[in-house]
Design a protein around this ligand. Structure first.
Ligand SMILES: Cc1cc2nc3c(=O)[nH]c(=O)nc-3n(C[C@H](O)[C@H](O)[C@H](O)COP(=O)(O)OP(=O)(O)OC[C@H]3O[C@@H](n4cnc5c(N)ncnc54)[C@H](O)[C@@H]3O)c2cc1C
Length: 474
């Protein structure tokens, strides 16, 4: 019997390989060199960030229009061959891996900014436009797009992971930013969800269904996103604290007082040390908050004075104001480079990065328990976080050739995810599920996970769209 089962498995694999080969032949006939099969390109389109194993696709198609995306998806659907949408590949949980082979559909050449409606504060872009590209384009309009996940990710990828980042405490996440989408569904239809009206009660909210679906329900080819006016005044700086607990308590108080901070980020002392080395800063190596305030001249002054008082109550300070724009840029560049800075702490190690999010009132407790856990395990693991949202990351430096270290790290990540869920939080605030966090979804969502499975089954019955992601059973 086991031999028969092995024969059946082998047969299935052979069938799948021949279906994939047939689809690649069709795609090459249609797209020529834009359907690439070189090992280097395939590897680059598998998971490359952090510790998860690279599982490359069988081919990469570079699409240049919604119609081309639809053609590719139709060919793949007919052959039941997986399609893995690809933006810039900066996701962190194995999202772009191809565990069952298939076609990576690269949207980076769909990088046109199609319309800017300055009077309505929105714009329509193709999915491959990156956030930095959009902001450079908008610079002279007085508008900006605030969602900022550190990496220069594509807007399609950011919508697909429901990304956020440093500005989310003030401006929201991709769930708030996206007004409408053009999507190619798993059977190759082109649909438009949402619209440009500020609000609508017309039917199911398909836009929000696709936002955060990580390419498992369809391919986003265009997005209409909200823009914001560039603030009249910006001020900010850094504030040291004696320990992470007091820093988190100051954050909780700031948010509960309704101070509209634009950014409030925690770096623990290890992360500050790494940033000092990597970004040539000279901060005191103690838990530190990086802050930014947006508004009128009077508004930012008032916000910063209120924050300084709160910081003092929790033993923080002195506040260092970065008044010059260059100094602010240097600080925020250092914050954005925190991941790469972390690597300098042990260059031969890999970084296993994980993120959780809890209600703001539980932030200090969750961060402090996590810091104690790190100390107990003896990990080299900086903590850094978008703490105004109750969201923080831990970057554990791991020797992947040491199975015991890997096992201990995985156990730590699991404890952290379950700790956050037990505090009414989530196993991922912004990085998404991909392959890495699938095992926690039943605990977080209970029977609602079955409803997600039913949606996936209804929209993608042959499990063609990015299989092996989000849903444990896919
Ligand atoms: C140093 C560093 C810092 C980071 N910091 C943050 C942070 O602060 N906040 C945060 O939210 N994230 C952060 N990230 C994670 C990452 O930048 C985000 O997940 C980002 O949204 C991914 O966008 P991408 O274009 O790289 O997508 P990819 O990695 O290419 O794809 C991500 C997922 O979306 C799907 N996808 C991509 N494009 C489409 C599309 N057009 N249609 C449908 N599905 C699609 C893919 O199949 C995959 O499942 C960080 C990453 C790095 C490397």
């Amino acid at each position: 019997m086991p031999e028969m089962a092995r024969a059946t498995d082998a047969q299935l694999k052979t069938d799948q390989n021949s279906r994939i080969a047939a689809v690649i032949a069709d795609l090459k006939a249609r797209f020529g060199e834009r359907c690439a099969t070189s090992a280097a390109l395939r590897e680059q389109h598998g998971h490359t960030t952090t510790w998860l194993r690279n599982e490359p696709p069988d081919a990469v198609v570079f699409a240049e229009s919604t119609e081309e995306v639809a053609e590719t998806v139709r060919l793949c659907a007919a052959g039941e061959v997986p399609v893995i949408p690809f933006g810039t590949g900066s996701s962190l949980e194995g999202h772009v891996n191809a565990p069952f082979g298939g076609i990576s559909l690269d949207l980076s050449r769909m990088n046109q900014i199609l319309e800017v409606h300055a009077e309505d504060l929105d714009c329509r872009v193709q999915a491959g436009v990156t956030r930095k590209q959009l902001n450079s384009y908008l610079r002279d309009t007085g508008l900006f797009f605030p969602i900022d996940p550190g990496a220069d990710a594509s807007l399609g990828g950011m919508a697909a992971t429901r990304a956020s980042g440093t500005n989310a405490v003030r401006y929201g996440t991709m769930k708030d930013a996206v007004l409408a989408l053009t999507v190619v569904t798993a059977d190759g239809r082109i649909i438009r969800t949402g619209g440009r009206a500020k609000k609508s009660s017309a039917g199911y909210d398909l836009t929000r269904l696709f936002v955060g679906s990580e390419g498992t329900l369809g391919v986003i080819t265009e997005l209409t996103v909200r823009l914001h006016g560039q603030p009249e005044a910006i001020s900010g700086g850094v504030c040291p604290f004696p320990d992470v607990n007091s820093a988190c308590k100051a954050v909780i108080s700031t948010i509960q007082m309704g101070i509209p901070v634009a950014r409030i980020e925690l770096l623990d002392s290890l992360q500050v040390r790494a940033c000092n080395t990597y970004s040539k800063l000279d901060l005191v190596e103690t838990p530190t908050l990086f802050l930014e305030f947006h508004g009128s001249e009077a508004g930012v002054r008032e916000q910063s004075e209120m924050f300084s008082e709160i910081a003092g109550e929790f033993g923080g300070g002195p506040f260092h104001w970065a008044t010059a724009a260059e100094e602010r840029t240097k600080l925020w560049t250092a914050r954005h480079d925190a991941y790469w800075a972390g690597k300098t702490l042990k260059p031969e190690a890999e970084i296993m990065v994980t993120d959780v999010c809890v209600p703001i009132s539980r932030l200090a407790e969750c961060v402090s328990e996590t810091a104690e856990d790190i100390a107990r395990e003896g990990f080299l693991a900086p903590i850094v976080g978008h703490v105004g949202d109750g969201n923080f990351h831990v970057q554990i430096l791991v020797d992947l050739d040491n199975p015991e270290e890997v096992r201990k790290t995985e156990a730590f990540v699991e404890r952290l995810a379950l700790r956050a869920i037990a505090m009414d939080g989530t196993c991922t605030g912004e990085h998404g599920v991909g392959q890495g966090k699938r095992k926690y979804l039943r605990r977080e969502h209970g029977d609602a996970l079955d409803v997600m499975g039913a949606i996936k089954q209804a929209l993608d019955p042959h499990n063609v769209m990015n299989p092996g992601k989000i849903l444990p059973q896919s």
